[in-house]
Design a protein around this ligand. Structure first.
Ligand SMILES: Cc1ncc(COP(=O)(O)O)c(C=O)c1O
Length: 452
């Protein structure tokens, strides 16, 4: 009889890896210094705590190594990637003029409601990933069809025109590096194609770049500290390709924004992130009504993060603690899958990559096993909670399904129970493959609780 439940669905950092002591010291230092504590305790400027914008510019420049340094004007402080998505949809989309949002599918499921809250229900489209991430050939078709239905010149806007913003015709949402949930990474050529398409169709690419720092070599005999980004971000490509957002005929807002966050590399409770884009775009994000009324989000915790980033503590934590720890968890989970699940026909995409990263593994089950039933059985019979592929399908678009996939998270649970988790999953899979419990019986079972 299986006892302790094992949660492989929760995309949170491990509590054993939270830099609590560093944060405690930074908080005390910030609060003890009136030049930091007073601005930290008051309403922040719309764009966020200026020292952190500078510090982030230097820190991101060192990691992404763009052709030119990232300056503070390109950055607005946010309350994390989720809050930022809400703000930028409020500022840069219109419920009438903006035709749709197109997701790289499978997609980060908790983003769906943020789009629905911003009038995108019924306007959400899925474009599948191939091995290189979002399939740009399919994306072009979707964009062309969308434009055919309602040509740009015929469209009006519902919201008023505002000097600090523009309304994009389409939104493209993706996680191009170590994606949630597929863990796929888009290579450079695909990123360039995507930016070109966004420019052609007046689309805003919202790129959640929240896992970029969590990377390690697939070959564990190599040193596991990787201090430079694998690829330029979409926002970097948009900045420099063919003259960037200031090229002739462009309006200066650009077509890509990077949403960064300290949630996965420090702790989500800190609620500090950043939006990067052209200076015009970054200023626009800061003009969301909530920021103008309440000041920049997360002003006080921004002062703590400024200290941790500036003094190098966060970099050391990422490169010396998080990368090796997550690399070890990832390796343990993959090895267990190879030992116990591969022989039963389970596959992993992109398992041949040089560099791995993020929080997740995306697994494909044998054709005869439906993920939604399988997840129920894992929870009921083995007390292992896994995420079935259907929750990452784009609501309202049935063209891209993930009926035989599941997502496993390796960030949350400790390494020592991973093999146990996989053994339990194997027992359920064997039983499914042997037809020991008909699918009808599973349908009676309660739905999987939502333990994200
Ligand atoms: C792709 C992606 N974007 C955003 C978030 C949430 O980020 P934040 O905590 O900064 O709001 C997550 C968390 O799971 C995520 O996976």
């Amino acid at each position: 009889m299986v006892s302790e439940p094992i949660n492989l669905i929760r995309g949170w950092p491990s509590t054993s890896l939270l830099p609590t002591q560093h944060l405690s010291r930074a908080a005390q230092a910030a609060l003890a210094d009136p030049t930091v504590a007073f601005p930290g305790m008051l309403y922040g400027p719309d764009e966020g705590y200026a020292p952190l914008r500078d510090t982030l510019g230097d820190w991101l420049t060192a990691f992404y190594q763009p052709e030119q340094p990232i300056v503070r004007e390109r950055i607005t402080i946010t309350g994390g990637a989720s809050q930022n998505l809400g703000c930028l949809l409020q500022v840069f989309t219109d419920p009438v003029y903006t035709k749709d949002v197109i997701f790289a599918a499978p997609a980060y499921m908790l983003a769906f409601r943020i789009f629905e809250d911003n009038a995108f229900s019924g306007k959400m489209r899925a474009v599948p990933e191939d091995d290189d991430g979002l399939d740009t050939v399919r994306l072009r078709k979707v964009l062309e069809e969308s434009e055919k239905c309602c040509p740009r010149h015929e469209a009006t806007t519902y919201k008023p025109s505002r000097p600090y913003a523009k309304y994009y015709r389409h939104v493209i949402y993706c996680v191009p590096t170590f994606s949630n949930p597929s863990s796929r990474t888009m290579p450079l050529h695909r990123r360039i194609e995507l930016v070109k398409l966004a420019r052609e169709f007046d689309a805003l690419i919202v790129s959640d770049d929240v896992y970029d720092f969590l990377q390690w070599p697939a070959d564990s005999s190599k040193p596991s500290s990787l201090t430079k980004a694998l690829f330029p971000r979409l926002v970097d490509i948009d900045r420099f390709l063919d003259g960037g957002s200031d090229r002739a005929g462009a309006d200066g807002f650009g077509n890509a924004t990077s949403s960064g966050s300290f949630s996965k590399i420090c702790g989500p409770g800190i609620r500090v992130g950043w939006a990067e884009g052209s200076a015009k775009f970054a200023h626009g994000v800061s003009q969301a009504g909530t920021s103008c009324s309440g000041g920049a989000p997360s002003q006080l915790t921004s002062t703590y993060m400024d200290i941790l980033v500036k003094e190098g503590t966060l970099s050391r934590h990422i490169f010396e603690t998080l990368q090796p720890a997550y690399a070890a968890r990832h390796k343990t989970l993959v090895s267990a899958i190879e030992d116990y699940l591969w022989p039963l026909g389970v596959t992993l995409p992109q398992s041949n990559r040089r560099v791995m990263g993020g929080y997740f593994l995306w697994m494909t089950l044998p054709d005869t096993v439906k993920a939604v039933d399988f997840a129920k059985r894992c929870q009921e019979e083995a007390q292992v909670i896994v995420a079935p592929g259907n929750i990452f399908e784009v609501p309202g678009d049935n063209s891209v399904k993930f009926e035989h996939s599941i997502r496993l998270t390796f960030s949350w649970i400790d390494e020592d129970i991973m093999v146990e988790a996989v053994k339990r999953i194997r027992a359920v899979l064997e039983s499914c493959l042997n037809g020991e419990r008909p699918v009808e019986a599973c349908k009676q079972a309660e739905t999987v609780q939502n333990p994200y």
